[in-house]
Design a protein. Structure first.
Length: 418
């Protein structure tokens, strides 16, 4: 959330068509679903009716927070300039969360402590700043309307983060029932904050911040201090590339029997990342769609299923395997067919003059085509686990991760108009 008070006069926004949330409200909405569903599930977990996977629960939370840092520069302690150093810190947090989702028991104390510290210290820091900046808070509340909603929802989110961090680090201070109530209140507050930020962004449009000049100096870490010019698509590709490459590396000892593995954490995490792409940009495995309400509801359903899989293991595993396998196969076949068909038509009916294709576009076409094929293989491996050896799946995933890095690099070299 921006820390600046809107100074421009409120605009009269055009009626919203479909779902117009920007990336920051989308991630807050995903966190809201996480907290609400976790709060609802905590009661049957407490009574023993449902199993519980704390590692993948905390791991998923860390991954969502890390994604917010990588894509927006929003940290639990406030906004920072999104330098390459911040990106690396976000990736390190994401890898820690991924490890907890994939390998149960290895990082239990670490992810619980990290999640609790982030909530406790981040909530305390932001709540203190919010309380001390009385002039801004009073101005927002006196102004009324959505700005008063923004001030109140911020305060409630910060307070609940502090309380949840406290009970995470010191669970003996409360009961599971009170913790569930805190989670539900936090989920409602996060949804309220997401709506408030989105409305403020529409009523008080702010100019895009000027990029900071390149860092000049003789230190060897100057590059890390420069701004990272990553848009959402590129940042997500880097994030997914890291996820798949890391998963591939972990699958080697898993297949050798030296490490345990949580398919529920893996499937849930993949589904939540896919849902964020759907909600933020309408990007699905089979192409990009306008963010109509049916598409948004599908994205929210993906978030709920992914969170449920991470929190409660063993119940929706089979369904998610089929779903993600089908989506990967369809996500490979459909774009591949749409790309190959025009080429076949061009071969059958060659143009009078050959069309020169820039080398960067040729590389893009090659990488996308190979990615589609690898995606089909990964989807097939989910349907045919006995026929495709685990080591082969690890190689497929590693190649997929490297190709996503290559795709991010190529997209960064394309002209702005391309």
């Amino acid at each position: 959330m921006t820390n600046d008070t809107p100074h421009t006069a409120p605009q009269t926004p055009a009626p919203a068509r479909g779902f117009d949330f920007t990336l920051e409200p989308v991630i807050l909405l995903v966190l809201s679903v996480f907290m609400l569903l976790f709060g609802i599930l905590l009661v049957p977990i407490h009574t023993g009716t449902l199993p519980y996977a704390p590692d993948s629960t905390y791991g998923l939370f860390l991954v969502i927070i890390a994604l917010q840092v990588i894509t927006l520069g929003r940290t639990p302690f406030g906004n920072v300039r999104r330098s390459w150093l911040v990106i690396l810190v976000g990736i390190a947090a994401a890898v820690t969360g991924m490890g907890a989702c994939f390998i149960p028991g290895a990082l239990s104390a670490t992810v619980r402590t990290l999640a609790g510290a982030i909530l406790l210290l981040g909530g305390a820091t932001l709540l203190l700043r919010h309380a001390m900046d009385r002039e801004r808070a009073r101005k927002w509340i006196r102004h009324g309307g959505v700005l008063s909603h923004l001030a109140l929802s911020c305060g409630l989110v910060y307070l609940m983060a502090f309380l949840l961090g406290l009970v995470t680090l010191v669970p003996a201070v409360t009961t599971d029932y009170l913790t569930a109530a805190f989670l539900l209140i936090d989920g409602i507050a996060l949804a309220w904050l997401a709506w408030s930020i989105n409305t403020v962004e529409r009523l008080y449009p702010q100019p895009a911040p000027a990029s900071a000049p390149a860092w000049e100096g003789g230190c060897p870490f100057c590059l890390l201090l420069q701004d990272a010019p990553l848009d959402f698509t590129t940042a997500i590709l880097v994030f997914l590339g890291t996820l798949l490459a890391f998963l591939a590396i972990l699958l080697v000892p898993v297949n050798l029997g030296t490490l345990p593995f949580s398919p529920d954490g893996q499937l849930g995490l993949l589904l939540v990342i896919m849902a964020i792409q759907v909600l933020a940009a309408g990007e699905t495995p089979v192409g990009r769609f306008r963010r109509s309400w049916p598409v948004v509801l599908i994205g929210l359903a993906f978030v709920a299923l992914g969170v449920f899989s991470c929190v409660v293991p063993g119940i929706v595993t089979g369904m998610l395997v089929v779903m993600l396998g089908a989506l990967n196969i369809a996500g490979g076949i459909v774009p591949l067919a749409l790309r190959v068909y025009p080429i076949v038509q061009q071969v059958r009916n060659p143009p009078a003059a050959p069309v020169a294709i820039p080398p960067v576009l040729k590389h893009l076409l090659i990488v996308q085509t190979v990615l589609n094929i690898v995606g089909i293989l990964f989807g097939a491996s989910m349907f045919l686990p006995g026929l495709i050896p685990g080591m082969v799946v690890a190689v497929i995933l590693f190649c997929n991760g490297i190709l996503l890095f290559a795709l991010a690099y190529i997209l960064g070299r394309l002209p702005a108009a391309a």
